[in-house]
Write a protein that binds this ligand. Structure first.
Ligand SMILES: NC(=O)c1ccc[n+]([C@@H]2O[C@H](COP(=O)([O-])OP(=O)(O)OC[C@H]3O[C@@H](n4cnc5c(N)ncnc54)[C@H](O)[C@@H]3O)[C@@H](O)[C@H]2O)c1
Length: 406
């Protein structure tokens, strides 16, 4: 039996996927409300294919509990934020989860940490936690790091087809865990050592962050000198060895806006490009705020309450708002001692910010200017409704005359 610890965006689909492929699974989360929701037969977030997968896993006998189970394999998928001051990974959730597991784990059990961690975290934080509890690593407890690569919005597909990395001290244990993931994963699974596995995951997200920052920087240069960044990127990408990403309103989510900071925190004198890239991405919502101001001035608009932000989530067609550029922009508005921007997102049903709407038509009726912060399919399908509005399109998706860009 596998006990998956942490049933959030990563742990839940992983647990469901294993269960629906014949593995006996108990999912454990210390959030009682979340476990009660799952036990009542409801999923806890929206994701393509998740509901179907949930039903399959229920039929296959998956269980959800707040208790840690006595078993031989644990998969830990708990949050790994970064310390806002030092930028280092904050491993406190991982360590706490491992300590809870150790209270029930029998000798010979394997603890697989799936959470994203910076290189050396298992060595610095997890190993001591295990040893302090009297276990001998490699004999009483085996440690594995198996980072996850799936992207919200396409999680179920990517769980099935992405390649994976397994880091283990002991090759045989690595192969055993590879066998477990092979129950559902059709991608290639590489077995390596723990520190390499830790580093690869962080490097992958850092690669993405640096490339996004480059596109955002180009947008700023082009804006400064009145050049069309989209046309320029399109032409540059016709070069056989150039592949520039698209600029946007900023970076959010639990990975690309977080993980690269781990390297800045651990290697401050070496990770210079990464540091600058993260600062560029983090200041992009401020850049958008400034664009709103410029465009309002150009259109002789003075009432900020007639400006609406379309989209609150960190990416399109998901309900995850963590670190989202819109939330960052609203925070920036507040820091400038201003209020009034209206907000609407079709995926966010709860009221989470001031002046939030839950109906596209009502939202549009109350604003003269719309800022496209997220490229949800809804707005692509309802583009005509933006006619007559001043539009700042941060994603270059609105095909209407007179649209402004970042
Ligand atoms: N969300 C993503 O897109 C994504 C993608 C790849 C990797 N990751 C990584 O996966 C890890 C998990 O991220 P997430 O997005 O699933 O987080 P999440 O916040 O959605 O879920 C974490 C869950 O763990 C539970 N939890 C925390 N400590 C616990 C403990 N000691 N015992 C039991 N339950 C506990 C919380 O209640 C929560 O439900 C992070 O390291 C993240 O960086 C996330």
């Amino acid at each position: 039996m596998v006990n998956v610890i942490g049933l959030g965006y990563i742990g839940l689909p992983t647990a469901l996927m294993m269960a629906s492929h014949g593995v006996e699974v108990v999912g454990t989360d210390y959030n009682k409300e979340l476990v009660a929701t799952l036990n009542a037969g409801h999923t806890t977030f929206k994701e393509d294919g998740l509901e179907e997968l949930f039903q399959e896993a229920l039929s296959a006998g998956i269980k959800f509990s707040t208790e840690y189970q006595v078993t031989d394999i644990y998969i830990v998928s708990v949050p790994t934020p970064y310390d806002k001051f030092s930028k280092k990974v904050d491993a406190c959730y991982v360590v706490a989860a491992v300590k809870s597991v150790l209270k029930v784990a029998p000798k010979g059990a394997t603890i697989v940490v799936e959470s994203t961690v910076s290189p050396g975290t298992m060595e610095k934080f997890v190993r001591p936690a295990v040893e302090e509890n009297g276990f001998v690593i490699g004999k009483d407890i085996h440690l594995v790091h198996a980072p996850e690569r799936i992207i919200p919005g396409n999680m179920v597909y990517e769980l099935l087809y992405n390649n994976r990395t397994i880091g283990a001290d002991d090759r045989a244990i690595g192969e055993k865990i590879k066998g477990l993931y092979s129950s559902f994963c059709q991608g290639e699974i590489v077995v390596t050592d723990i520190k390499t596995a830790e580093m690869t995951k962080v490097v992958e997200n850092t690669f993405r962050a640096v490339n996004i920052a480059f596109a955002n920087e180009l947008a700023r240069i082009c804006r400064h000198d009145n050049m069309d960044v989209y046309e320029i990127i399109k032409i540059c990408n016709m070069h056989p060895r150039v592949n520039i990403l698209q600029p946007g309103p900023g970076v959010g989510g639990h990975c690309i806006s977080v993980d690269p900071w781990f390297l800045v925190g651990d290697y401050p004198s070496l990770a210079k490009v990464i540091d600058e890239s993260m600062k560029t991405n983090d200041s992009q919502p401020d850049f958008v705020l400034n664009r709103i101001y410029e465009i309002m001035k150009e259109n002789k608009m003075t009432d900020v309450e007639r400006v609406g932000l379309y989209g609150l989530t960190y990416k399109e067609n998901v309900d995850d708002m963590r670190e989202s550029p819109t939330l960052q922009l609203l925070e920036s508005q507040e820091r400038h001692l201003a209020t009034g921007l209206k907000v609407y997102d079709p995926f966010v049903e709860k009221d989470v910010v001031d002046n939030q709407y839950h109906d596209l038509d009502k939202f549009l009726a109350d604003v003269d200017m719309v800022v496209i912060m997220v490229k949800h399919n809804e707005i692509k399908d309802n583009m005509k409704k933006l006619k007559g509005k001043v539009v700042l399109d941060c994603h270059n998706i609105i095909n209407l005359p007179g649209v402004y860009h970042i």
